[in-house]
Design a protein around this ligand. Sequence first.
Ligand code: G3D
Ligand code: MG
Length: 172
Amino acid sequence: MGILFTRIWRLFNHQEHKIIIVGLDNAGKNTILYQVSMNEVVHTSPTIGSNVEEIVINNTCFLMWDTGGQESLWSWNTYYTNTEFVIVAVDSTDREKISVTGEELYKMLAHEDVQKAGLLIFANKQDVKECMTIAEISQFLKLKKKDQQWHIQACCALPGKGLCQGLEWIVS
Ligand code: G3D
Ligand code: MG
């Protein structure tokens, strides 16, 4: 796994990139970033907004926050400029909250600054029996109606399964 990630990071070319990673609390954002950083300690700046974390891996800056809940009162759009990709982490086991993720995504993509960004959806926790399939999640999030480029990737962030494929889509 480490070798694969190393290869992918090399493809990022050590140029500066900006990627936003969002999702409801508990979706697996921290787990995903921990895996793709190859378990290395990554620089986490003191929160730049009250609920925003900044993690830099090989010149790529990840801004991460929880969507939904009370934090929605925050105006996240201050962080949207120059975003190349938006990664959305979805807890595939949580059928009740998938519509909230859909609404949050809809609100976010209404902003000009992220409309051209590529959209990568990680359908996480695919190891759990009877979780939603990527087809179901695509439908709930109305991905086919989105204007920008998107890709949905089934994954299991705990062992890191599927994360490479998602990042490969970004690199390509
Ligand atoms: P967040 O950063 O989006 O809030 P976390 O989410 O990365 O903190 O993960 C939330 C919980 O989901 C964690 O459980 C984590 O271990 C679990 N999780 C993450 N990825 C997977 C996965 O692929 N499969 C399963 N089954 N669980 C996963 P805990 O219990 O540590 O809070
Ligand atoms: Mg968290």
